[in-house]
Design a protein around this ligand. Sequence first.
Ligand SMILES: [Zn+2]
Length: 241
Amino acid sequence: MRSESRSIRAAIMLTAVVASLAPSARAETPADRGARVLTRAEQAQLTPGEVLERLREGNRRFVTGTRTVRDHSAQVRAAVAGQHPKAIVLSCIDSRIPVEDVFDQGIGDVFVARVAGNFENTDILGSMEYACKVVGAKLILVLGHENCGAVKAAIDGVVMGNLTAMLENIEPAVNSLASYPGEKTSANPEFVHLVAERNVRMTMTDILERSPILGELVSAGDLGIAGALYSMQTGEIEILD
Ligand SMILES: [Zn+2]
């Protein structure tokens, strides 16, 4: 009896090992997402384009209410040995955008860097270089959003404590739209939208200009960079062209 149950256990373990050695990361199943974590081999096989597509698909599941049911306890245990996330997302701190949730991602799936106004600075760039050059993430996604309080504050030139210096990081996006013909205040939703989008695009450019390490990875095709805006109304992510 005892030896029989041991052999059954061994067979189950072997099945698990064989499954973990599956060569392709491309056919991701709900079961994969629910209980496993990305392996180094799976991360290595993904292209930046495939990672972006997985984030798009995850956002579709978020919007349609079909998010993956995850066994976080199993994923925590599976991730003890190390992490091989496929992307790093740079997001605003806004509490209405739980980043892993809006992309239906689980433990070990994505790095997330957050700062009000989703701009880059030395600390964020260092974090990105760690995520991409050291750990092997394949995509940087700069995620701005509509109705961003930091963007509105930058537009209105808010002066307050450390906020003043922080908002200077968003001012170039505001200033780049100086020729905008309409009302350039936070009361104008169109202008707020334009600044949020410009801020994402300028952040993407700045990341590549200020980090030769990341720039070289992108030039070699080993890393992608994309920008996106999150809609508060729909929960949808719009990937910028
Ligand atoms: Zn914001």
